[in-house]
Design a protein around this ligand. Structure first.
Ligand code: ADP
Ligand code: F6P
Length: 324
């Protein structure tokens, strides 16, 4: 029989993402509506180990749906990767009467949730990352806001790039995943898109492309470079030397992680957060909430972590062809 859930906890972990607050609000209020108490754990697994735990009421999450970041704070915690840290975390949950926990984060955070579940604390993961790099889900909380923020910034760079007839390399976030770069590449009409999953480090091909496009009458050349490839400033220097065309690098950086969430991020964070609270209150554990083909579903964490996701080849090729 599923264990009775009287109190649940919620924490946000890994990189913050816009919409995490909407998810916190939804978890807190849906759990309360289900007759379950809620505790907020500050600063991810680090805060759990430091027992930074607060009571949360419906009013604790007032006025946060529109705010970027996470009101609970977040952290990366190496101690929680150890068996000892995980055991300690589970003991602290038990000490505070926390029967179940919602963890908002990425794959790494899911592994922590899986460990807690093995130590007797029911856990549910929610996909929170701007990178869209969680295999089991078509949507992650924060991606829509981040990609719109990046797109708007790139439009601005495009204006000045065209006016000066320059080449611009714009570096977007994504250490291991090129989804922000791909989406901006298409949405900003970039001439080149460099993704960690695809780039073959053939800089000569980019140089040839710039020269060809200049001859075709293009006034600018936008290269969207993912953080995982990096080195945008030195790349700009080499391209300028090889083409004779002024080339500038812009690294968008952390501004992509902040800001008020879009409607889409608020909407799905609210729906997914409610769903997480419901299945946790029903006694489910070791599950992650995901979006598949437009519906909200849940998977076993082990199964979710074993899934693979790759950049769609057709979408990548479209991006290249449309910039002709
Ligand atoms: P994300 O959740 O966005 O993938 P990280 O990979 O940095 O971000 O993971 C966030 C946190 O989750 C880590 O700082 C750590 O505390 C915890 N974590 C990551 N990997 C593991 C693991 N293998 N076992 C237990 N906890 C982990
Ligand atoms: O996971 C989101 C992300 O912003 C990645 O795109 C980036 O590589 C990483 O987090 C940066 O993490 P940190 O906040 O530790 O610098």
């Amino acid at each position: 029989m599923a264990k009775e859930i009287k109190t649940i906890g919620i924490l946000t972990s890994g990189g913050d993402a816009p919409g995490m607050n909407a998810a916190i609000r939804a978890v807190v209020r849906k759990a309360i509506a289900n007759g379950v108490k809620v505790k907020g754990i500050k600063k991810g697994y680090q805060g759990l180990l430091n027992e930074e735990i607060i009571d949360m009421e419906a009013r604790s999450v007032s006025d946060i749906i529109q705010k970027g970041g996470t009101i609970l704070g977040t952290a990366r915690c190496s101690e929680f990767r150890t068996e000892e840290g995980q055991k300690k975390g589970a003991q602290i949950c038990k000490k505070h009467g926390i029967d179940g926990l919602v963890v908002v984060g990425g794959d790494g955070s899911y592994r922590g949730a899986q460990a807690l579940s093995q130590h007797g604390i029911n856990t549910i993961g929610l996909p929170g990352t701007i990178d869209l790099d969680i295999s089991c889900t078509d949507y992650t909380i924060g991606f829509d806001t981040a990609v719109n923020t990046a797109m708007q910034a790139i439009d601005k760079v495009r204006d000045t790039s065209s006016s000066h007839e320059r080449c611009s390399i714009i570096e977007v976030m994504g250490r291991n995943a090129g989804y922000i770069a791909l989406w901006c590449g298409v949405a900003n009409g970039a001439e080149d898109i460099l993704l960690p999953e695809k780039y073959d480090f053939n800089e000569q091909q980019i140089i040839n492309n710039i020269i060809k496009n200049r001859k075709r009458g293009k006034t600018h050349h936008l290269i969207i470079n993912a953080e995982g490839i990096g080195h945008s400033t030195s790349m700009a220097r080499r391209i300028e030397a090889a083409t004779g065309i002024e080339t500038r690098a812009t690294i968008l950086g952390y501004m992509q992680r902040g800001g008020s969430p879009t409607c889409k991020d608020r909407y799905w964070a609210s729906i997914m957060g409610s769903y997480a609270a419901d299945i946790l209150c029903e006694g489910k554990t070791n599950r992650v909430v995901a979006m598949k083909n437009g519906s909200i579903v849940d998977f076993d964490i082990e199964e979710a972590l074993a899934m693979e996701k790759s950049i769609d080849e057709y979408q990548y090729q479209v991006a290249r062809i449309l910039s002709m």
